[in-house]
Design a protein around this ligand. Structure first.
Ligand SMILES: Nc1nc2c([nH]c(=O)n2[C@H]2C[C@H](O)[C@@H](COP(=O)(O)OP(=O)(O)OP(=O)(O)O)O2)c(=O)[nH]1
Length: 131
């Protein structure tokens, strides 16, 4: 089966997490943590900084590793590495997503997450990442 390796940013500020709604493709309308595919030879950190700059127009600080999750979609296997991040420079701008929300822990379940993200959301709820 096709394998996809992705990095995702759990962007945190003032007890809220940044969730984005996909604007195109087979998962359009579902919510995710911004990020994307790692290019050949790229480190996780560089891939994440590149993707967040491309998608949201901000520079991030990567403050810690959260977890890696694996999920079998019907047409590919996803491995996703998640990092806790904060915004260093810039104003958030939705260049690819149709919408975004800052969610407190207790409202993380108010949006319809991509199937692979449900495990991440549960992980955040159990571990309560705070600055
Ligand atoms: N960025 C991101 N992708 C996720 C999450 N959860 C999840 O299942 N995915 C899946 C959706 C996509 O199939 C893949 C991420 O790839 P991507 O964001 O580069 O999406 P894409 O295929 O539309 O990108 P592209 O080839 O058009 O550049 O991982 C998540 O929380 N964040």
């Amino acid at each position: 089966m096709k394998q996809i390796e992705v990095v995702a940013a759990i962007i945190y500020d003032n007890e809220k997490y940044f969730a984005t709604q996909r604007g195109y493709g087979e998962f359009e309308g579902l919510w995710e943590f911004p990020g994307g595919k790692i290019e050949k030879g790229e480190s996780h950190e560089n891939a994440l900084r590149r993707e967040i700059q491309e998608e949201l127009g901000v520079d991030i600080s990567i403050d810690g590793f959260i977890c890696t999750t694996d999920f079998d979609y019907p047409s590919f296997h996803l491995t996703m590495h998640c990092y806790l991040c904060t915004i260093l420079v810039g104003e958030l701008e939705l260049r690819e997503h149709k919408s975004a929300r800052w969610l407190v822990l207790s409202s993380l379940d108010e949006v319809m997450w991509l199937p692979a993200d449900k495990e991440i959301v549960e992980y955040l709820l159990e571990n309560r990442y705070e600055e």
